[in-house]
Ligand binder design. Structure first.
Ligand code: BGC
Length: 758
């Protein structure tokens, strides 16, 4: 009995390892030959990533004596450097001045476009348009490789359900299903299917893992969550990026189960390599290895050893690997084999990029002129921007405006080049962006536009100082707030309609951009209230890097168009929508709370044992005394200049078997008088299962174009995997029973069908 048992275990183990090996790619003979020639020091040198500065330094350290370090064979890659000539120089130092002539990886953060800046990722996600998102990533790769970069620190796929966290701007919002599709689209956009091409680059999925769940929305903070929650709700987008072929992973700053991600063996080896079969390389975040000292994990030697033993391959900026690993090998704390494995992965990446064949393949000085900021790229930027906008309110069809309207254009963001690109756009040039005023004039030269600033983004100079670290974002006028307001009111009184461009400056979100109060700053709220008092219709064009609390403004304004930070073509894209050349089609990808106290609030919440009966209060139910549970604006929400009706929901079968997919059909009719696009969404509710189910969760969507009056039958397919979830044993299973589906234009969709899984 015992022998049979252990034999059985052996067979199972063999199967598992064959499976894992089966996913791994074959050893690369050139790399193996090179490894044989390398000394321990040379191997350790490859694990060191430095930045000479010049980009955005997000930590306190910038690397010193970089050239000498490259010559000494102490550098595997650089970031924060660009331009074909500079990159050629750097590669020449590495190739001609070191014993083995190993070329460098050249990294960068190309988060939403290189020089052609697209909307911030949260905005892009609101387009629900995967082809478009892939295209923006592909253009980002085309432009940045032309400038010498071969490795991108993107996509950021952290699920974020706390809009206080500034970095919600960098991701795709709250939902793992949508987030997974976007992760895939971006990886495919950057890498295409050929890394040896001159216009593709390595994608890095980050921040692995759970960074979006840091406590209180504070950056660089702690996360703590159950395995069941992480597997079902937070890990899917990382896995999707890896399944799509991402060659690299960046570990996150936060801890997971009490161990910081950069030193977390369960995360970097058991999950990432053993369970998911990842065989690319893992880079730390900026000095995240060193930061484990402050986390309380030991001194630099200890945390460096912890990291490499956990499965981290490359140390960003901190030089803990460079300065301590040799000692750790000598002391038996790290094996040379571990270092060889890490080095192998980095050399393999270089090989896959074709750098050994031609270290200068990204150093063609003719390419920038040809590939960067082309007219064609700007067309995509304009398209991406207008598709990212979400129409939140449009009373009396105030929008679109006539092209000859008499407009008072007011607000601190109405003519502010410095705030168009959004967070994490260090490679873009704000001065090349089109502000809203210019865009409105471009698109409607006959409109009578009077522009006044009306208010400062904030009147708080101490706050402005914190926001202005990368340049002037909040510019407090010499003029008094009263004088600014008086000018705006005069313009409003003279106009038919007021367009107020208000919201957040770019660096009010993004990294180290957390806020506890996510309303529009008071200076601008005051402006809005006073404008409304003039009796003129007030349209808000709202900019932000996060969901905002706009409970008051939803009542005050007649129309609200959410435009995020739209990128280089901001003004033109806003004008396209404001004047109706493009009918808005974006939908929110994170719920907008009524107040900060509701956070976290997201569509796929659990029912609990005592669900709130409705908006009315009932004692002893899961409810607040002072606020409804429902967000102000639900996930998936967004209006159009036309209207859509849903009907005739039908399921191909009433019963399906395990492993089968299910086709769901619905008729969608454009019932208004304009052509438009609608994001048809499908939500699933697994009524009974072994882990309490969400009340509903997104499992399908399709963006369809409908001419006015047109009806289309849309087919959404629930794949077998869409019914699965990770159970208590972390097995990915679908449990038999009844399911409900809801189809409609947002996560409150009420059109319902049911089926049974046998
Ligand atoms: C950020 C990363 C980024 C890195 C390098 C860090 O502070 O968390 O997202 O890739 O800096 O710039």
């Amino acid at each position: 009995m015992k022998t049979i048992h252990s034999r059985y275990i052996l067979i199972v183990l063999l199967c598992i390892s064959v499976h894992a090996i089966g996913q791994k790619r074959q050893a690369i003979p050139e790399v193996e030959a090179l490894l044989k020639k390398m000394t321990l020091e040379e191997k350790i040198g490859q694990l060191n990533l430095l930045t000479p500065g010049g980009g955005v330094a997000t930590g306190s350290v910038v690397s010193k004596n970089v050239e000498e370090k490259i010559k000494a064979g102490n550098v595997g890659g650089l970031f924060g450097v660009s331009g074909p000539d500079k990159i050629r120089q750097a590669q020449e130092i590495a190739v001609k001045n070191t014993r083995l002539g190993i070329p460098l990886l050249i990294g960068s953060d190309i988060i939403h476009g290189y020089k052609t800046t697209f909307p911030i990722p949260l905005g892009l996600s609101s387009s629900w348009d995967m082809k478009l998102i892939e295209k923006t990533a592909q253009i980002a790769a085309q432009e940045s490789t032309a400038d010498g970069i071969n490795w991108n620190f993107s996509p950021m796929v952290d699920i974020a359900r706390d809009p206080r966290w500034g970095r919600i701007a960098e991701g795709a919002g709250e939902d793992p299903y949508l987030g997974s599709q976007i992760a895939k689209a971006m990886v495919e956009g950057y890498q295409q299917d050929d890394l040896t091409a001159e216009n593709t680059m390595i994608a890095t999925v980050k921040h692995f893992a759970l960074y979006g769940a840091s406590e209180g929305g504070r950056d660089y903070n702690t996360t703590d969550m159950s395995r069941v929650k992480m597997f079902n709700e937070y890990l899917p987008p990382y896995k999707s990026a890896i399944d799509a072929g991402a060659e690299s992973v960046m570990s996150s700053f936060n801890d997971v189960d009490g161990v910081p991600a950069s030193g977390n063996k369960w995360l970097l080896t058991t999950l990432l390599r053993d369970r998911w079969g990842f065989d690319g390389f893992v880079v730390s975040d900026y000095t995240s290895v060193n930061e484990m000292i402050a986390h309380g994990m030991g001194d630099l030697q200890a945390v460096s050893a912890l990291s490499i033993n956990a499965g981290l391959d490359m140390d960003m900026v901190g030089e803990g690997f460079l300065t301590t690993l040799k000692k750790s090998v000598e002391e038996g704390k790290v094996t040379e084999e571990t270092i060889t494995n890490a080095c192998r992965r980095i050399l393999e990446a270089k090989h896959r990029l074709g750098l050994f064949e031609d270290p200068y393949k990204y150093s063609d000085s003719k390419r920038p002129q040809r590939d960067i900021l082309t007219d064609a790229n700007k067309v995509v930027a304009r398209e991406a921007a207008r598709k990212s906008f979400v129409l939140l309110k449009n009373e009396n069809n105030t929008l679109p405006l006539a092209k000859n309207a008499k407009i008072a254009l007011v607000g601190p963001l109405a003519n502010s080049k410095n705030n168009m690109l959004g967070t994490w756009a260090p490679t873009g040039d704000p001065q090349l962006s089109i502000p809203i005023l210019e865009g409105l004039k471009n698109v409607a030269p006959d409109a009578q536009i009077t522009y006044t600033k009306g208010a400062n983004i904030s009147n708080d100079s101490a706050f402005a100082k914190k926001v202005n670290v990368f340049g002037p974002r909040i510019e407090i006028s010499q003029e008094s707030p009263e004088a600014l307001l008086a000018e705006a009111l005069a313009a409003a009184n003279n106009a038919d309609v007021v367009v107020a461009v208000v919201g957040e400056a770019t660096e009010m979100s993004g990294e180290a951009g957390s806020r506890t109060d996510i309303t529009i700053p008071e200076s601008q709220k005051h402006l809005i209230r006073e404008l409304v008092k003039t009796g003129k219709p007030v349209v808000l064009v709202l900019m932000s890097g996060r969901p905002l609390v706009i409970t008051e403004e939803m009542d005050l304004a007649v129309s609200i168009l959410q435009v995020w930070h739209p990128g280089i073509e901001a003004g033109n894209a806003v004008a396209d929508v404001v004047f109706g050349d493009y009918n808005p089609s974006g939908k929110l990808t994170a719920s907008w709370p009524r107040n900060v106290g509701q956070i976290p609030v997201y569509h796929s919440m659990k029912n609990t044992g005592r669900p709130a009966p409705g908006p009315e209060f009932e004692k002893f139910k899961s409810q607040y005394l002072d606020s409804p549970n429902a967000p102000l604006l639900p996930f998936g929400y967004g209006l159009s200049y036309t209207s859509f009706e849903y009907g005739n929901l039908s399921l191909a079968k009433k019963e399906i078997n395990q492993g089968e997919s299910l086709e769901v059909q619905v008729d969608v009719t454009n019932t208004g008088d304009r052509d438009g696009e609608e994001v048809v969404q499908l939500y699933l509710h697994d009524i009974v299962r072994s882990i309490t189910p969400p009340v509903r969760t997104l499992k399908g969507f399709e963006k369809v174009f409908l001419k006015k009056g047109e009806t289309k039958t849309v087919t959404l397919t629930l794949e077998a995997d869409d019914l699965k979830f990770y159970n208590g044993a972390l097995d990915f299973v679908a449990e038999p029973g009844e399911f409900e589906i809801f189809v409609g234009g947002n996560s409150n969709a009420s059109l319902k069908g049911t089926f049974t899984l046998n």
